[in-house]
Design a protein around this ligand. Structure first.
Ligand SMILES: [Zn+2]
Length: 138
């Protein structure tokens, strides 16, 4: 039997739940070359430096691209939308969109939304995030 530490709401290093104003994603910024990325990393993929600092990311971004999944893996809703969302910091985040497929559009402004945890096959609570339209989709 596997002995995993429960992930229940501890949120991995990629999500800070204690920020003022609500949860936000955490990335990294390289102190050597300035490269920014998501999620938090120990080594810069651009220059291989290990001198990185945590980078709190914007809660708002723009949809760069998306696709609709009509057959989802077990535990996921179908249809669902996966997307790349560009944040102000120059970081592109791979994420789900919380909207109906016909509502998704490139360049639409979306905001971070932490959703109820799902239970994985080991019985652990896994916190998830998505991006949702600001003010509802049109
Ligand atoms: Zn670097």
């Amino acid at each position: 039997m596997l002995d995993y530490e429960p992930l229940a709401l501890s949120a991995g290093p990629y999500l800070d739940l204690q920020c003022d104003g609500g949860p936000r994603l955490m990335g990294s910024e390289c102190l050597e070359c300035g490269h920014r990325l998501f999620p938090v990393a120990a080594v810069c993929p651009n220059c291989m430096s290990d001198q990185l600092k945590p980078l709190p990311l914007s809660r708002e971004g723009k949809v760069y691209s998306f696709t609709v999944l009509r057959q989802a893996p077990p535990g996921f809703d179908s249809p669902s939308i996966i997307s790349y969302v560009d944040l102000r910091e120059g970081v592109r985040v791979f994420t789900h969109l919380d909207m109906l497929p016909h509502q998704a559009k490139c360049d639409m402004v979306v905001h971070l939304k932490v959703v109820d945890p799902k239970i994985d096959k080991f019985g652990r609570k896994v916190l998830q995030f998505k991006f949702a339209p600001i003010g509802g989709a049109q």
